[in-house]
Every structure is written in structure tokens, then in C-alpha cells.
Design a protein. Structure first.
Length: 161
């Protein structure tokens, strides 16, 4: 590539600079209109896996986050995967620290398409039975393997409340 000499070089640099500025302006405008579209609700279905392994520390916050998530993106695909002590909030009669039953928000979210999965290894290790869980709970062979599968094979984002 041969560059112009002298005065022609100055003109060439001026035009190249103007072209670069125009391209940047178009890029910024495109980004602004994209952000505007998102803030107006033109969002796709997020895919998110919530990882819960401690009911006392995580379950109440997870349910609040899920409610917030569905408020801004009702099309979100949400899977809650539980293992270890995280399965307890999906058991019949489970209540939070203020005495409110967990099954009520779980039932509401289940009707909106949220899946609640329980690790079968945890059931075996803790001597729990499937019959001890609310009907909205489904069972997977391994909670951690399910989280990995959702992230790597299905493109789910990972959240740990």
C-alpha cells in the first residue's frame, strides 16, 4: 500500500480519521439502541441454573432472586439444582426461619416453568426418601453432574445465592 505525499497525506489522514469517527459513532449508536431495546423488555429467554447446597443459608435468597428474575424476564428458563443440605427446603413441611412454608413460592414458580431438582446421591447418603419431598421436586442422579451438564451442554448461566 502506498500512502500519499505531502498535502495529500494530510487530506488522506483527515478522511481516514473522519471515517473512523463515523464508524465509532455508528457502533455507539447501535449499542445504545440495543441497550434501549433491552430496557424496554425486548429480552430473550435467559437460561439460568441456581445451585443450592445449604437450605438455611441459600433457599430464601434463591427464591427472592428467582422472583426478581422472572419479574424482569418472565421468559427465563430457570432450573434450581439442590444437593447436600440444600435439598431440605423441598421437603414436605419445610419452613424458613420466620416460619413461612417454602412450598408456596416453589409451587408458584413451578407453575411458571421453574424446575426444582434434587440430587439422588444426597437422598441415598442422608437416608431420605422421594416421598418426603413436595410434588414439584424432580430427581436427578447427581446434583453437581446436572449443574455441569446444564452449563456445558445447554449453555445455562450459573448462580449460587
Amino acid at each position: 500500500m502506498t500512502l500519499p505525499d505531502g498535502g495529500a497525506m494530510t487530506e488522506w489522514l483527515r478522511r481516514a480519521g473522519m471515517a473512523a469517527i463515523a464508524m465509532l459513532a455508528l457502533g455507539v449508536a447501535g449499542t445504545a439502541s440495543g441497550a434501549e431495546a433491552t430496557s424496554k423488555g425486548a429480552v430473550g429467554p435467559d437460561k439460568v441454573v441456581y445451585h443450592i447446597n445449604d437450605t438455611k443459608a441459600q433457599a430464601t435468597n434463591a427464591l427472592r432472586y428467582i422472583r426478581n428474575h422472572l419479574e424482569v424476564n418472565p421468559k427465563a428458563k430457570i432450573v434450581v439444582v439442590t444437593h447436600a443440605r440444600g435439598v431440605e427446603f423441598l421437603m414436605e413441611g419445610a419452613k424458613n426461619m420466620t416460619g413461612n412454608p417454602y412450598n408456596i413460592p416453589v409451587e408458584e414458580f413451578h407453575l411458571l416453568g421453574v424446575r426444582f431438582e434434587v440430587c439422588e446421591i444426597t437422598l441415598r447418603e442422608m437416608n431420605f426418601k422421594r416421598t418426603q419431598f413436595i410434588p414439584e421436586a424432580t430427581f436427578v442422579p447427581s446434583g453437581v453432574a446436572e449443574i455441569t451438564r446444564l452449563q456445558q451442554r445447554e449453555g445455562y448461566a450459573y448462580l449460587r445465592p
